[in-house]
Design a protein around this ligand. Structure first.
Ligand SMILES: Nc1ncnc2c1ncn2[C@@H]1O[C@H](COP(=O)(O)OP(=O)(O)OP(=O)(O)O)[C@@H](O)[C@H]1O
Length: 256
């Protein structure tokens, strides 16, 4: 079953110089997939994520999430749709410093007026899945970058959204914390069947995905699937990036 369908999607930024950021993009993501979007700087990755995640409007084309058409909804419907169907993870975590880790994680449920007992049981489940049970009472400035991102992932998945979308989730992390965060995402994908779509320029992070879609100059350029071996997939990602124009020459020494 398709969770996400992107049909003939285009995005044009008007201005003194018109930018065709996305041109006739078509793809779909099935329930339970873990899909990475890669491409050179300026290729349209963030634009694609913003349009698909309803942060921005398409110029033409259609986005269907769980069979629904969020870009056709009014403001109130869209706010409710986002809260229930979408989970967001950002490069810089977007946690509230005045709240504890636990309060940050349950925030989407608080906004949805859920019962305290239900919130607590969901909190324990996601915290356990992400290995952050011990830090639930801490403030977000008392924990590491990797723990902050795992807190943000817990917050994104506590509502069991149709799809979790992440923009460079390892962009602010060192390599050990990145690995840890990607392993957490892989675990929630494999064990809970959470559907994930992430934008990254990092081939190591991308190697945890099950499929990578490459875009170049706003158009779909290539698509590769992970087989049994993450090492082989990592190499395939490096090769594809260097073919389509990336920064892979800087990465030949990376340990998978
Ligand atoms: N708000 C905007 N107004 C005008 N042009 C924009 C806007 N946002 C992005 N663009 C242009 O659209 C194109 C795609 O940009 P986008 O940020 O989606 O690329 P990207 O692949 O995410 O790049 P990077 O990897 O550097 O973040 C670029 O040419 C960019 O300059």
């Amino acid at each position: 079953m398709d969770i996400l369908q992107v049909k003939a999607l285009s995005k044009v930024y008007p201005g003194k110089v018109t930018t065709h950021a996305l041109t006739d993009i078509n793809f779909s993501i099935e329930k339970g997939e873990f899909v990475g979007i890669m491409g050179p700087s300026g290729s349209g990755k963030t634009t694609l994520l913003n349009v698909v995640s309803t942060i921005d409007e398409p110029s033409s084309g259609e986005v269907l999430i769980n069979g629904m058409s969020p870009h056709q909804m009014n403001k109130a419907e869209l706010a409710r749709f986002r809260r229930r169907q979408l989970g967001f993870v950002f490069q810089d975590f977007n946690l509230l410093e005045t709240l504890s880790v636990a309060e940050n994680i349950v925030l989407p449920l608080t906004l949805d007026n859920r019962k305290l007992s239900e919130m607590d049981s969901l909190l324990q489940q996601v915290a356990d899945r992400l290995g952050i049970t011990d830090i639930l009472k801490k403030r977000t400035y008392e924990i590491s970058g990797g723990q902050r991102q795992r807190t943000a992932i817990a917050r994104a998945m506590i509502t069991s959204p149709a799809i979790v979308m992440a923009d460079e989730p390892t962009g602010a992390l060192d390599s050990n914390a990145s690995r840890n965060v990607m392993e957490s995402l892989e675990r929630i994908n494999q064990q809970d069947g959470t559907t994930l779509m992430l934008v990254t320029h990092d081939p190591l992070a991308a190697s945890y995905c099950s499929r990578i879609i490459f875009i170049k100059d706003g158009k779909l350029a290539a698509e590769i699937h992970r087989g049994e071996s993450r090492q082989a997939f990592f190499q395939n990602i490096i090769d594809t990036l260097s073919f389509w124009g990336g920064n892979s020459h800087e990465l030949s020494g990376v340990r998978v």
